[in-house]
Design a binder for this molecule. Sequence first.
Ligand SMILES: Cc1cc2nc3c(=O)[nH]c(=O)nc-3n(C[C@H](O)[C@H](O)[C@H](O)COP(=O)(O)OP(=O)(O)OC[C@H]3O[C@@H](n4cnc5c(N)ncnc54)[C@H](O)[C@@H]3O)c2cc1C
Length: 458
Amino acid sequence: MAFITRLVANSGKSFASRLLIRCDKSGTNSWAICRSLSGLPRDQLSDRPNERQLIDNMSIEDIGDALNGVTEEQMDLRSTVRKFVEKELPEDTVQVMDRESNWSQFRKFWTKLGSMGLLGVTAESRFGGLELGYFEHSLVMEEISRCCAAIGLSYGAHSNLCVNQLTLNASEDQKQKYLPKLIDGSHVGALAMSEVSSGSDVVSMRTVAQRHKDYYVLNGSKFWITNALEADVLFVYAKTSDRGITPFIIEKGMEGFSIGQSIDKLGMRGSPTGELVFDNCKVPVANLVGQVDKGVYVLMSGLDYERLVLSAGPLGIMQSACEVAFSYAHQRSQFGQPIGHFQILQAKMADMYTRLSSSRAYLYNTARAVDEYKRRNGRIPLGSASPFTKECAGVILSLSETATQLALDAIQIMGGNGYSNEYSAGRLLRDAKLYEIGAGTQEIRRWLIGRQLNKLYQ
Ligand SMILES: Cc1cc2nc3c(=O)[nH]c(=O)nc-3n(C[C@H](O)[C@H](O)[C@H](O)COP(=O)(O)OP(=O)(O)OC[C@H]3O[C@@H](n4cnc5c(N)ncnc54)[C@H](O)[C@@H]3O)c2cc1C
C-alpha cells in the first residue's frame, strides 16, 4: 500500500510531542508512532526492541512480539510508551501512590499522555486522535499497566470507556465539543453505569432522567466510578422510561451534579474511584447520546470493547509479575545457589511464562480480529449481535484470573519479601483482583459465554 507521510507537531506545549503519522491514500491513518518526546533525551528512545531492558538475551515481549506477528511500527509504539511510563511512573512513585491512595501528578501526567495522542488511540485524527485500532490501544494499556496498574485503569476508563464510546456514539456536534479536550488531556473522562443497588444487573439502574422542554432532569446516584473525582466529562446512563435507558454527557459543574464519597480500595489505589450524585441535575437535550431508550445497545456494545482493551491491564500486571519474580529468583541465593536454579522454582517460572505467553496471544489475536472485522465491514450496527461478545468476555475472563495467579506465584517465589510492602508483588496481587470484578464479574462473563455457546446448539 502506498503511504504518504505526515508530520504532526504539537508545539507550544510544555510537553511537546511529535507524531509521525502515515496515511494511506484514502487519508485514513493506518499507523502512528510517537517519535520524540520532549523531556526524554533522544538517546533514551529505543528505536529497536533489542535496545530495551533485556531478561536473559531477549526480553519476554521481544519473543512474544515476534511470535505474535507484532509489526515494527507496533513495537515502536510499545517501546516509546514504555520509555515514557518508566520515566513518569518509576516504582518508588507507584509505591507512594499505592500507600497514599492518591497521586498529585495525575493531571499533569494526563496532559503529557494527551500531547502524545495516547488518550485518543482509537479516535479520529481530526479531533486529535491517532485513529489506530484496538490492538494498538491494548498495547498502550498494557505498557501503562506494566508500570502502574492503577493509572492503567484510569487510562482505560478515560480513553476507552469515555473517549471510545463518544467516538462510536456521539453526534458530530458532541464530538466537536468534547473530544478535543479529552484527547489533549486538558479534560479527564469517565463512564458511569453502576449504582449501589445495580452492579451485575446494571439495567436495573435507578438513576432517572425526565424530559422538561429542552432539557432533562437527572436524579439518582452512581457508585464505583473510575476517575469520578477528577472527571470533567462523564458518559452517564440513566433510565428514561420503564422501557429503556439513555446515555447523557455530563459536565463537571452542571447545576445539580456533585461528587459524593471517594472510595477507599484494596488495590488500584492511585486510580480515583468515587460516587456521583444527581440532584435535579439539568442536562440539555443536546447532551443526550444516540436515541432515547436505546442506551442498552450502546452499553452492551461498549462492554465488548471495554473488556477487550481492559484485558491489557491484567496482561501488563502479568508482565510485571514475571519480571520482578524472575529477576529476584536470580539475585536471591539459598543453599549456595540462586533460588531460580532449583527445579521446583524453574517449574513455577515456566508455568508463569507460558501463561503470560498464551494470555498475550489470546488478547492480541482477538484484538487483531476485532480490528480486521471493523476494517472490512465497518461498524457493527447498534442492536445487531456482535460476533465478538463471547471472545471479548473470554479474554478478560482468562487474563484476569491468570494475572491474579501470576501475582500469587511472584509472591511465592519472593518468599517473605514477596509478602512485604517494600516490594511490588503484593500490590500486583491487589491490583490484579480488580479485573475479576470490574467491567462485569467473572461469574457474569462465564454466564455470558455459556449462554452464547448454548445458542450454538439450539
Ligand atoms: C475499582 C472499581 C472500579 C470500577 N469502575 C467502574 C466505572 O468506571 N464505571 C462503572 O459504571 N462501574 C465501575 N465499577 C463497577 C463494577 O462494574 C461492578 O462492581 C461490577 O459490575 C459488579 O457489580 P457489584 O459490585 O454490584 O457486584 P454484584 O452485582 O452485587 O455481585 C456480587 C457477586 O454476585 C455475583 N452475581 C451477581 N449476579 C449473578 C448471577 N446472575 N449469576 C451468578 N453470580 C452473580 C457476582 O458475580 C459477584 O460475585 C467499578 C468497580 C470497581 C471495584
